[in-house]
Design a protein around this ligand. Structure first.
Ligand code: DGL
Length: 262
């Protein structure tokens, strides 16, 4: 592995930019190749075979770009990380395991997970958290629409309405004080979540995934120590939502946004 090779990051759309924000802070020297499959977003309402095939095309793209590791900045795809790893010749780092481990070390005895319908249906959070602590209770809720509303740049009012209805339904049932935003599109609008539910602490899994990427780079000594890395963004969809999410997340790295077909 080559330390000047880029870190590959993939998501169904703009959600993985939440991981880019954390990595730019923690390891500014790394070059990043980002791929968002917005033409096929949302993944979270699709059948498993579809998600698997789409994710495999993305991994092959990141591999062709010479990535030293592929960070799956998508909870939905991370639920399939094990079978995907058998198909490609590049190390994969999913987003669910690092936050699951952190939650089990947090001392919480219950936590909510708000994610896509697919992620909730796989029970990936329940399995990975309860593997460490079988007594920790997990309350999951899927949203059919929120990821696509965020990916397409819907109005704040529409996004707020969706959050209030969908997460409100879970919180009306279970008064939780910690909720994992288990879809990377959701922390992009964390301020809206916080406004709707001011007493809830929201956990952003990209923060733990970024630490996992750093530890991975440390092990085989593949970190890039140049002063400032380059961010290159590729999408199968429209570039405009990427520009507005970059601005919303405060990612000021100058970058190219290219359109690709997968
Ligand atoms: N951002 C993705 C996730 O973390 C999925 C959004 C979607 O395409 O449904 O699950």
């Amino acid at each position: 592995m080559n330390n000047t090779a880029p870190i590959g990051i993939m998501d169904s759309g703009v959600g993985g930019l939440t991981l880019v924000r954390e990595l730019v802070k923690l390891c500014p020297g790394e070059d990043i190749v980002y791929l968002g499959d917005s033409a096929n977003c949302p993944y979270g309402n699709r059948a498993q075979e579809d998600i698997f095939a789409l994710a495999l095309s993305m991994l092959r793209f990141l591999q062709q770009k010479g990535s030293k590791v592929a960070a799956i900045a998508c909870n939905t795809i991370s639920a399939l990380a094990e079978p995907l790893a058998l198909q490609v010749d590049i190390p994969l780092l999913g987003i669910v395991s690092p936050v699951a481990e952190a939650v089990t070390q947090s001392g919480l005895d219950q936590v909510g997970v708000f994610a896509t319908e697919f992620t909730i249906s796989t029970q990936i959070y329940t399995r990975l958290i309860q593997a460490h602590n079988p007594r920790l209770k997990i309350y999951g809720k899927g949203s059919h629409l929120l990821a696509s509303l965020v990916d397409s740049g819907a109005s704040e009012a529409r996004i707020e309405e969706e959050i209030k209805t969908e997460l409100g339904a879970l919180l009306a049932h279970e008064p939780l004080d910690h909720v994992i935003l288990g879809c990377t599109h959701f922390p992009i609008v964390e301020d809206i979540f916080q406004r709707c539910f001011p007493d809830v602490t929201f956990l952003n899994p990209a923060k733990e995934q970024a630490k996992a990427v750093i530890s991975f780079l440390r092990e085989p000594q593949t970190a890039n120590h140049q002063e400032k890395g380059r961010l290159s963004i590729y999408t199968s969809g429209n570039a405009e939502p990427y520009r507005s999410v970059l601005a919303r997340l405060g990612i000021t790295e100058c970058c190219d946004i290219a359109t690709v077909s997968l």
